[in-house]
Design a binder for this molecule. Structure first.
Ligand SMILES: C[S@@+](CC[C@H](N)C(=O)[O-])C[C@H]1O[C@@H](n2cnc3c(N)ncnc32)[C@H](O)[C@@H]1O
Length: 271
């Protein structure tokens, strides 16, 4: 394994924080483990040589490769089920009462390999089934890791991942399996659009979302990046819209103008 010298470690930590908000201050060994093979592929035996190349690379390819290696993409289907139940019981009915077009815009920010946005797609289908409702949605699913997004677009997962889903959902939405892997139903994909996007960018004025899921992303950020992210998410929410964060990511009244409505769920005032 190629070891990091102190100034090389500081340089990588600074770069990842400035560019992507990710705090790697306590991840020295993780960086060494995950990056050694990348350095070897470039024929390098030190991080200094790699960092010189990275800072000179204008294509963005080396940065993209480092992000693929250093982000934590851990996710699974139906993670934090409380949110998906709450969506069906309270959030969707409330929004559909107030959104005249009946079309909901949803942003899955930090979608990783796609399990979260496909679970959401299943929830929307279940909602339509149970209520005979015409609820329609457009889901924008974004992440900074190009590699995670490629997996998400394919929508093919190890069969072990099926275990997290209710059995009838497996039957309805997880069709094709070759014994080792399964693919999510094509129908689940039609309302999802994937895009590589850095959450350190400000919100786009042309976009407003009725629901934003940004779960288990800000736990990896430092304080100032987290504040920046919260502002972006608030700006991107439509009036009356809901923000869902990870259950381990409490927002304080000081940090947000949004009102807490359920555990790890916040709403923007409608007025
Ligand atoms: C632990 S996963 C969470 C996935 C999913 N939201 C969930 O809760 O299961 C965190 C994701 O955030 C993404 N991420 C981290 N920093 C980001 C940034 N600056 N912009 C966009 N995505 C980022 C990572 O690439 C990773 O896929």
């Amino acid at each position: 394994m190629i070891r990091l010298k102190e100034e090389e470690f500081t340089d990588i930590v600074k770069y990842m924080r400035q560019e992507y908000g990710i705090n790697l201050e306590k991840k020295r060994v993780l960086i060494e483990c995950r990056m050694t093979r990348v350095l070897e592929r470039y024929g390098l035996d030190s991080f200094s040589g790699y960092l010189d190349m990275l800072h000179r690379d204008r294509s963005g390819e080396m940065a993209g490769e480092m992000v693929n290696r250093l982000t934590t993409n851990y996710t699974y289907f139906y993670r934090e089920p409380d949110h998906f139940d709450r969506l069906q019981d309270a959030i969707l009915p409330d929004l559909l009462e107030h959104v005249p077009s009946g079309v909901l815009d949803i942003w899955c920010a930090g979608c990783s390999t796609g399990e979260e946005c496909y679970t959401l797609s299943m929830v929307l289908k279940e909602y339509r089934r149970s209520r005979n409702d015409a609820c329609r949605a457009r889901i924008l699913a974004t992440d900074i890791s190009g590699e995670a997004l490629e997996k998400a677009k394919k929508g093919v997962y190890p069969v072990k991942e099926l275990e997290g889903l209710p059995p009838e959902w497996r039957r309805r939405y997880c069709g094709k399996t070759d014994g080792r892997t399964f693919g999510v139903e094509e129908d689940l994909k039609t309302c999802v659009r994937f895009q590589r996007r850095n959450l350190m960018e400000p919100a786009r004025a042309s976009e407003k979302f009725h629901i934003i899921l940004c779960r288990n992303v800000m736990i990896y950020f430092d304080k100032s990046s987290r504040e920046r992210l919260i502002t972006t998410l608030e700006d991107a929410l439509d009036k009356g819209g809901y923000l869902l964060i990870g259950h381990a990511e409490l927002l304080t009244a000081k940090e947000t103008r949004l009102e807490p409505v359920y555990p790890a769920v916040y709403r923007k005032k409608r007025e």
